[in-house]
Design a protein around this ligand. Sequence first.
Ligand code: GDP
Ligand code: IMO
Ligand code: MG
Length: 420
Amino acid sequence: MAVDVLLGLQWGDEGKGKIVDFLTPKYDIIARFQGGPNAGHTLEFEGIKHVLHTIPSGIFRDNVINVIGNGVVIDPVILKNEIEQLEKLNVNVKEKLLISKKAHLILPTHKLLDKASEIAKGKHKIGSTLKGIGPTYMDKTGRNGLRVGDIKSEDFKEKYNRIKNKHFALLKDSNLIKGIKSLENEFLMCIDYLKNFEHIDSEHFLNNASEYGKKILAEGAQGTLLDIDFGTYPFVTSSNTITAGTCTGLGIAPNKIQKIVGIFKAYCTRVGSGPFPSELQNEVGETMRKIGHEYGATTGRERRCGWIDLPALKYAIMINGVTELSMMKADVLDSFEEIYVCTHYLQDGKEIDFFPFELSDNTQPVLKKIKGWNMDITKIEEEVDFPIELSNYIKFLEKELHVPISIVSVGPNRSETIIR
Ligand code: GDP
Ligand code: IMO
Ligand code: MG
């Protein structure tokens, strides 16, 4: 049986949480394959808004197993808090959540190292969420990491201390370690709490489930332009956010992957530093931010807003092998009489239509003007009721991107989703 993948095509926050929740009834298992609590996936239904950081977005649906895969990095403190919030809403997390033994743990000192690294970078900082993501993945590839499967081993504390002391040596000239004792106590308490959950060999679990005909959806975090290899390096995250990340982050072979759903906003946003050629540092961008509530679900920071970027989207579609698209937040453009699309870049005086090695701060967007629909689309339930300008926008994007747009989202609620 096949595995489907859903992931972001821009700089994250495309609306992955909403669409995973929407599609979950079609699946038996939802599995997160990378990232950690830098992610903030928002779901809205029955008048309540939920933000998930580590737990897959299928957790609210009945009869679905949610797997945190080996490619994810887990902060036990944040995960415990997330679980407790869900339990308050009567979600039986213990029954529905499985955690890979091979997922790496974010230690308190990883978060301090993240902070120290950003301080050292000064004005060149990445704008990290400071959740310890980079240092934890560095320890993973540096072969120093601590994994969920270590929690129940007798020498856990010894292993932990060894890594902590290594980190202390790196932080020795910093004031950051002052508050470590209380952070450490909290961490160890949360490690104990996680012993109550089921730790599994998720690669075996998922492959067996697939053999038995179970349907699996792999949920991405961040977005393709934040991918460690193909994103706007160094202003990226530390994992592979792309389809290939499903293979390494869940142990799923490439030939098992079937549908690849790529999600994008009808415009574009970015939070943190780094190039963003179609950014609108003006009133138009502010209007988008206000209407779209573009503030980070994890850090609350303002998201930078701009027009949709076709060279970047085409690149993301190529890297991921996207088979269908979901266009999100079309309603945010409801009041715009004109919409612009970045079709090319002007770089070093030359017009280019591809995503280059590096986007520099002076890479300029070449924009095409499109007539907006300039009406409220949030109550529309079927494609036949789309204003002609919205249909034209969709048709134009499909022609450029060569992939069908199968879902159009017109509001944050689960119900505000139109299948084409
Ligand atoms: P994710 O990280 O990809 O899951 O996305 P986030 O949850 O960080 O950000 C998406 C935001 O847009 C959330 O606040 C969602 O509730 C909201 N959202 C999702 N789809 C729509 C939509 O179609 N219209 C509007 N107005 N908001 C949406
Ligand atoms: P979701 O899954 C948007 C950004 C940060 C920063 C860079 C590196 O909600 O789409 P990190 O903490 O990973 O070291 O930060 O990546 N970033 C995100 N931006 N959505 C996310 O996740 C993000 N996760 C990280 O703002 O620029
Ligand atoms: Mg988000």
